[in-house]
Design a protein around this ligand. Structure first.
Ligand SMILES: CCCCCCC[C@H](O)CC(=O)SCCNC(=O)CCNC(=O)[C@H](O)C(C)(C)COP(=O)([O-])OP(=O)([O-])OC[C@H]1O[C@@H](n2cnc3c(N)ncnc32)[C@H](O)[C@@H]1OP(=O)([O-])[O-]
Length: 734
């Protein structure tokens, strides 16, 4: 953890060293400050270049030290701003040579420099808000002075990262190079020696403000509230930028620090920051998978995938083709029906055109010819060229088995065979192949080219190389792969089950869909259970319930309307489907929509009357339910299932579950994930509530408190990071 100095002619090059990403710990910052002071007084030095070791400028303040945030944050912010200010005030030109990343405090340091030279692939951003804080070393005061109020507002309040070419257009950097950045910066420095620096000092620069500033700030706060569901740091960013506009620079810096401090003094804001930082590290932790046999992310080597095939060009298949092509992988897209193939080809082309346009708008030179080539074909034999095949046909075990049998004989013996099933048994699918060790589940989330999550479902025989290859592929696709065990519905969908059932029981008991959705959306979920069901399509669950005999022709005669095998059952979604209300796709579901396929959910008086009549017909007394009760009734059963998943060793740890929910199910990051949320609420409280729920509803088994939850409470509710050590892994499905 140090900064060192070398000289090249009259230019001193200060290198930040703190592997792996040159994070700015207090020690690192002190060291930069010391070297910077030294070169200020060295008469041989006429210009200064600051760079980071190993091709990374700096990923900002050291997040690992944030755990004990509070007083310390003030000193770190102080120190970092001291460096920035010293660079800014220097009488010798200071140039930031930006390679890899300049994020958070790293970019703030670069903003303190007089000039910025970046490599074409470098990424820059003030990402603090994504960690529940905001730039605390002058970023909110300097960035608007450099690039203008509106672009700065957008970058700071959303944590948006831009590539160097876009940064150049914004005026964030002065030069982009495709060659050696440090050499380019030294050359740049030599050219500016002796030139006046006053106009390069951002602290002296006025901010160009549009006349309707107040409206801009107020609108921005409203937009952010909607977009980030009540996350406090986003709102505080606006206040700090307002200070940049209203106050002289030095006072703005003090205000920025005061606002940053207010985060640590508010319990809610502090918890949100903790949750976001936990989510950051959880995402890194899940990549370090391990199996009970001892194989792990370090010991298993992934195979590179040059050619991948996708079978089935429905919604999921199309999205998977797009993300493979975007990652420059050659794709073979197979359908069995000519019409479906043509529809799939058109849809994929349209998405790729949209993606190209978006990339171009973001200033990235990604053109359609930099996508991997796609061959659309009806010929199954073309699969013989694929390194990896992803089957994405509809959820039918017989069909999937038929396909895997064919794959086993057509594909190269070393080809990996993946299924995009969202809940079927991987081992049963693998059993029809001659290579079960190369079979694995790759559960993508819709839309597959956008959603970041990939549940990697390990079958009993899936080899470490197979796991490693698919996890590596998830990285190549820009996704987060989480290894989970093989059980019905795996992790995410399995936990959704009790949540959705409970939401429907609330309707029977007196609530309305919009009431339940509102509570969960105010909590921060991207969509409440009913809007989400309408989006997915109510017919999906209906077909599976018919298949398993819970409703429809296979239902045993004499079954009670609201009970199945002694357990509470609600026929409400079945009745809606029988009436052709499948959700958005039919323009009617739990809500009504302006058109078939419309997205704007409007409460439907028909549903209200229907629920009213239903309760009357079944003599159900309408119970008043408070907002808090709605939240607990929906979330606690979901969390309880999470503990069951951990106890059965379907997920390696609470972090895995939380990463799945944050990236696949629209869980608000400032709540960390369901398991983190449980730890914040307090395990004894969750347990007590579940005990009461179950006692009053013994016919709802998912309310029965999980053994692991009880065990943890008995042990005094250890912190979440210790839960893993309570898991035995004797019967691990991982
Ligand atoms: C609270 C008071 C603050 C007051 C002062 C304010 C100053 C400032 O305004 C605040 C900040 O800068 S806030 C900061 C704002 N900065 C950000 O938000 C940037 C956050 N970082 C990133 O976005 C990504 O990590 C990168 C894009 C840098 C690299 O992505 P990639 O290539 O896919 O690699 P990867 O796998 O992701 O990371 C590799 C390893 O590095 C580790 N690590 C990373 N950053 C770290 C950090 N800052 N620190 C420590 N460690 C950090 C990471 O955990 C991992 O460790 P592991 O043990 O091997 O698992």
């Amino acid at each position: 953890m140090s900064a060192s100095k070398e000289t090249e002619g009259a230019v001193a090059v200060i290198t930040i060293r703190n592997p792996p990403v040159n994070a700015l710990s207090q020690q690192a910052v002190e060291s930069i400050l010391k070297v910077l002071k030294e070169v200020q007084f060295d008469p041989a030095v006429k210009a200064i270049v600051i760079c980071g070791e190993n091709g990374k400028f700096s990923a900002g303040a050291d997040i690992r030290t944030f755990e004990n945030i509070g007083q310390k944050s003030d000193s770190l912010s102080h120190f970092l701003e001291d460096v920035n200010s010293m660079a800014e005030k220097s009488e010798k030109p200071v140039i930031a040579a930006i390679e890899g990343v300049a994020l958070g405090g790293g970019l703030e340091l670069a903003l303190g420099c007089h000039y910025r030279v970046a490599h074409v692939k470098a990424r820059l951003g003030l990402t603090e808000v994504l960690l529940g804080i905001f730039p605390g070393a002058g970023g909110t005061q300097r960035l608007p002075r450099l690039i203008g109020l509106l672009p700065a507002l957008e970058m700071i309040t959303t944590g948006k990262i831009v590539f160097a070419p876009v940064a150049l257009k914004l005026g964030l950097i002065d030069s982009v190079t495709e060659d050696n950045t440090i050499k380019a910066a030294i050359h740049f420095a030599q050219n500016v020696i002796g030139k006046p620096l006053e106009s390069r000092r951002l602290c002296t620069k006025p901010i160009q403000c549009p006349p309707n500033m107040e409206t801009i700030f107020n609108d921005s706060k409203i937009k952010l509230k909607k977009l980030f569901h009540g996350a406090i740091s986003h709102q505080l960013c606006v206040e700090a930028i307002r200070a940049a506009v209203q106050l002289p620079f030095a006072e703005g810096i003090l205000k920025e620090r005061e606002l940053l401090f207010s985060i640590f003094n508010s319990e809610q804001a502090r918890d949100q920051a903790k949750a976001r930082q936990y989510a950051f590290f959880a995402e890194r932790r899940v990549t370090k998978w391990t199996t009970p046999s001892g194989a792990n992310w370090k010991s298993a080597s992934p195979h590179p995938i040059g050619v991948a095939a996708v079978i089935g060009l429905g919604t999921m298949g199309r999205g998977i083709v797009v993300c493979l092509a975007k990652a420059q992988i050659q794709v073979i897209a197979v359908e069995q029906d000519g019409k479906q193939l043509e529809m799939g080809r058109k849809a994929v082309t349209k998405i790729l055109e949209r993606e190209t346009l978006t990339m171009q708008q973001r200033g990235l030179a990604l053109m359609s010819d930099s996508f991997g080539s796609i061959t659309f074909t009806l010929d199954f034999n073309s699969l013989k060229n694929a390194d990896l095949v992803i089957e994405a046909v509809y959820e039918n075990m017989a069909l999937k088995k038929e396909i895997f049998k064919q794959l086993s004989s057509i594909c190269m013996p070393e080809a990996f065979l993946c299924t995009n099933t969202s809940g079927l048994n991987i081992d049963e699918i693998a059993s029809v192949t001659g290579r079960p060790h190369l079979v694995i589940g790759t559960h993508f989330f819709s839309p597959a080219h956008i959603m970041k999550l990939l549940e990697v479902v390990r079958g009993y025989h899936s080899s470490p190389t197979t796991i490693s290859t698919v996890i590596n592929l998830s990285k190549v696709l820009g996704k987060i792969g989480v290894v989970v065990g093989n059980c019905p519905s795996f992790v995410g969908n399995r936990m959704m089950g009790p949540y959705l059932h409970q939401a429907i029981f609330l309707l029977e008991d007196g609530c309305y869909p919009e009431e339940v959705d509102k509570v969960l959306e105010e909590f921060g979920l991207a969509m409440g259970p009913f809007r989400m069901s309408d989006l997915v399509g109510l017919d999906v669950g209906w077909r599976s319930r018919m298949e398993s005999g819970l409703t429809g022709p296979k239902l045993l005669p004499g079954a009670l309307v609201r009970q199945r095998e002694g357990k509470r059952y609600s026929p409400l979604p079945d009745i809606l489907c029988e009436k052709g209300r499948f959700g958005q796709k039919t323009g009617r579901g739990w809500y009504q929509y302006e058109t078939v396929g419309g997205r704007n959910a409007v409460p439907d008086p028909w549903v209200q009357n229907f629920l009213h009549d239903y309760r009357k017909a079944h003599t159900i007394k309408q119970k008043p339910t408070s907002q808090n009760e709605i939240l607990e009734w929906c979330l606690y059963p979901l969390i309880n299932e999470g503990f069951n998943v951990l106890e059965e060793e379907i997920a390696s740890g609470p972090e895995d579950i939380d990463v799945i929910y944050n990236n696949g199910y629209g869980w608000p990051r400032h709540m960390g994930g369901p398991m983190f949320y449980a730890s914040m609420v307090g395990l004894p409280k969750v347990l007590t509530k579940l005990e009461v729920f179950y006692e009053n509803n013994p016919d709802i088994p998912s309310l029965k408190p999980s053994g692991l939850l009880k065990k943890l409470v008995k042990q005094g509710s250890p912190p979440l990071k210790e839960w893993r050590s309570q898991l035995g892994y004797q019967n691990s499905k991982l």
